[in-house]
Design a protein around this ligand. Sequence first.
Ligand SMILES: [Zn+2]
Ligand SMILES: [Zn+2]
Length: 54
Amino acid sequence: MVMKCVSCKKKVETENYWVRFPCPACGEEEIIRCEKCRKLTVKYKCQKCKFEGP
Ligand SMILES: [Zn+2]
Ligand SMILES: [Zn+2]
């Protein structure tokens, strides 16, 4: 499985810094964000429960 930022779909494996955390709503889906999207607080969306968060 290729790990991609959920916001910009960029591969995070080549990045120095990125975060991975469980969806705050359902806790079942993993949210992966790259540093850029984290800094810009780009919205992310859970693929499972459709939760959108900053
Ligand atoms: Zn991103
Ligand atoms: Zn969710």
